[in-house]
Design a protein around this ligand. Structure first.
Ligand SMILES: CSC[C@H]1O[C@H](OP(=O)(O)O)[C@H](O)[C@@H]1O
Length: 340
């Protein structure tokens, strides 16, 4: 069973509350754009592709809320600005919102229809991208291979099979035997969500702590590490969940291939390298408390939500167009081919 993180019907955006997983399966119905913005900020919905899709539907709901008390286009800019200011790192959110701006006109009803069609298109496009990334990942998944993944780049973070997990779902459907180690990913434990969703699908997955990943690389015959991403710079540097960098360093040390599942909407060709990408700093309570239980002393806390993995540590970027080198030349060539 693959859980759907996002559903939209007749002006209501229903989000699977990922802060309640894996213990409870609860949903949040959003009928105003502020609630959508809060759902993104509080990570009720999370994952780069998922927050892009959600933001697009947030614009739809904002348009449906319009009551005529100010100029419609100015009002819609306010809606888009609010949603743009939720989370700064995943480029998918800004990419989706940028596309909504292109369909907004003075005609309210025409705009609502156009926005609903666009949001649905972005959702369906993500499903297609998931499936195509999965197909390009499949050749890596030989019988009895072993993988490590980090955070949750799965069905919960996207519209369908996920990015780094898509190949796992397709290989499982072909009854290829393989196993996955999923590190829990402190402080928000998104990796535990990966273990949850893969186990729900019947995939052989083992949860480990983040600090166990190097030991698994040392002791197991790991085929590859496959992770997701939140933004890929022009030079192939990757920003992903905090903890990705040390995993990449350990993989390099143990000569294990390190792949990043990278949908093209997650590339940002306007930034030359990873250090130009804004890294979200989240609430320190994420580190000091677990389910309201205090687990840290009253000292300073540093809680960046993402880190920067340099292209030199990356074996390949698994895009929906195939696996490419994490290098500017390969990325530039890919986007030129896409545009052609
Ligand atoms: C395909 S999901 C990509 C990416 O998004 C996650 O971030 P967050 O859980 O903070 O929204 C994580 O970094 C995943 O790897």
């Amino acid at each position: 069973m693959i859980l759907q993180s996002i559903q939209y019907k007749d002006g209501v955006l229903t989000l699977l509350d990922q802060t309640k997983l894996p213990h409870d399966i609860q949903y949040v119905d959003c009928t105003d754009y502020e609630a959508v913005a809060v759902a993104i900020e509080d990570m009720i919905v999370r994952g780069a592709p998922a927050i892009g899709i959600t933001a697009a539907y947030g614009v739809v709901i904002g348009a449906l809320q319009y009551n005529g008390d100010k100029d419609f286009k100015i009002y819609m800019q306010d809606v888009i600005t609010r949603l743009s200011n939720t989370r700064p790192t995943a480029i998918n959110l800004l990419w989706a919102l940028g596309r909504t701006k292109e369909v907004i006109t003075e005609d309210v009803n025409q705009t609502i229809v156009a926005l609903e069609n666009l949001a649905q298109h972005i959702y369906e496009e993500d499903k297609s991208i998931n499936d195509r990334i999965g197909k390009h990942t499949l050749p890596l998944i030989k019988p009895n291979s072993t993988f490590i993944t980090h955070c949750n780049p799965g069905s919960l973070a996207t519209s369908a099979l996920g990015t780094a997990t898509a190949g796992f779902y397709l290989a499982h459907a072909q009854e290829i035997p393989f196993k996955v180690f999923s590190d829990e990913t402190r402080p928000r434990f998104q990796g535990a969500l990966t273990a949850f969703e893969l186990s729900q699908a019947g995939i052989d997955v083992t949860t480990i702590t983040d600090s166990t990943t190097a030991t698994v690389l040392q002791q197991q015959d790991v085929t590859a590490v496959i992770v997701g991403c939140d933004r890929v710079a022009l030079n192939g540097d990757v920003v992903n969940k905090i903890g990705t960098l040390p995993l990449a360093i350990a993989a390099k040390f143990y000569n294990v291939p390190f792949y990043v599942a990278a949908p093209t909407p997650t590339f940002d060709l306007t930034v030359s390298s990873g250090d130009a990408i804004p890294i979200e700093a989240r609430n320190t309570r994420e580190v000091t408390h677990i389910y309201d239980n205090k687990v840290a002393a009253d000292v300073a806390v540093y809680n960046p939500a993402f880190d920067i993995t340099p292209n030199s540590l990356i074996t390949g970027l698994i895009t929906e167009h195939g696996i490419i080198e994490a290098q500017e030349q390969a990325i530039t060539k890919l986007f030129e081919e896409i545009k052609a």
